[in-house]
Write a protein of this length. Structure first.
Length: 318
């Protein structure tokens, strides 16, 4: 019965999904080295305005996820559905383009007044999936370590060359399905990732499965997932992502072909205090395209192809 279900999923993808060339844009910011953590700052407004400007070329929806200071789960939000209506969620998302959707502007401006320790955002250019997906990532994986922690993930790239050959997506789905059927993993928790209608969702589920298999050790789990043959092959356009457990940030850049600008990823650690009064209370910004401003460019680090970076809440990036 499960095999039949998987085959039906594959046929659905092959026959109904359109592919467009393009790429998404990613953003994650984390307040570092402070007890009273907050991501609100002057640079915060610059990066979100830059992301909104970039949406003119990436018009297939957006999402924002945040963690409040002192809380392991993501904050309350709203998903604005296509063509109308809304539903409560643990994140914000909309099918509309961020450059023209007032909800995007209102969301990031309202979060600037909240005690947030980490925020992730994504603006979508579709590859696999409808242009009107009502819930673009960042996606949220609920109840991981200690059954209380949420994880967030956003991806730039596609898992396969096109919907007529979704080999990697199907293989990652089968990998999760085998853990459900053979190892007793929860159908309610893992089934939605196995059956996700967006390749990025299946990719996230596959990564989280490896993290769980490695006793919730983030770095060991990530290295296991990224070295697996379903990910480490030339069928992908790019595997770029940002990921967090609500405390630390992880960023990965890996792409195929020569168009490295389409899959750029960089980070900058910014002290929002003036130069005469520097502090250790910094904000790390990870972004596909950082704003062209001095206080970002002075500390900007471009990720190389196939590079995984770990940016902890306290300590130096690794």
């Amino acid at each position: 019965m499960r095999t039949i279900k998987m085959l039906l999923i594959a046929v659905f993808l092959i026959t109904t999904v359109a592919t467009l060339s393009g790429e998404c844009r990613l953003l994650m910011l984390i307040a570092r080295n402070r007890d009273n953590q907050t991501c609100s700052s002057t640079s915060y407004n610059h990066v979100f305005q830059e992301l909104r400007n970039q949406a003119s070329d990436h018009q297939d929806g957006w999402g924002i996820v945040y963690y409040r200071t002192g809380v392991d789960t993501t904050g309350e939000g709203t998903i604005w559905l296509h063509p109308s209506g809304e539903e409560a969620s643990n994140r914000y998302a909309s099918w509309r383009s961020a450059d023209s959707d007032h909800h995007f502007l209102q969301t990031y401006q309202s979060l600037s007044n909240e005690p947030t320790r980490l925020i992730a955002s994504h603006i979508r250019t579709r590859t696999f999936g409808s242009p009107n997906v009502p819930n673009p990532h960042p996606f949220v994986f609920e109840s991981g370590l200690q059954e209380t922690r949420n994880y967030v993930f956003a991806h730039n790239g596609s898992s396969d060359t096109g919907p007529s050959n979704p080999t990697n997506m199907i293989n990652m789905s089968i990998f999760i399905n085998d853990l459900i059927n053979n190892d007793g993993w929860s159908e309610d928790k893992w089934g939605p990732w196995r059956d996700h209608d967006v390749d990025s969702g299946v990719y996230f589920g596959f990564i989280m499965a490896h993290i769980k298999l490695n006793n919730w050790d983030m770095l060991r789990g990530l290295r296991s997932a990224l070295s697996h043959s379903y990910v480490d092959n030339s069928g992908w356009s790019a595997r770029n992502f940002v990921l967090s457990d609500g405390f630390d940030a992880y960023a990965y850049r890996s792409y195929e072909g020569s168009d490295d600008s389409a899959y750029s990823l960089a980070y900058s650690i910014v002290d929002d205090n003036d130069d005469e009064n520097p502090t250790n209370n910094t904000t790390a910004y990870i972004m596909s395209e950082l704003p062209d401003l001095v206080y970002f460019s002075d500390n900007k680090v471009e990720l190389e192809d196939n590079e995984l970076v770990y940016i902890p809440y306290r300590g130096e990036p690794v």
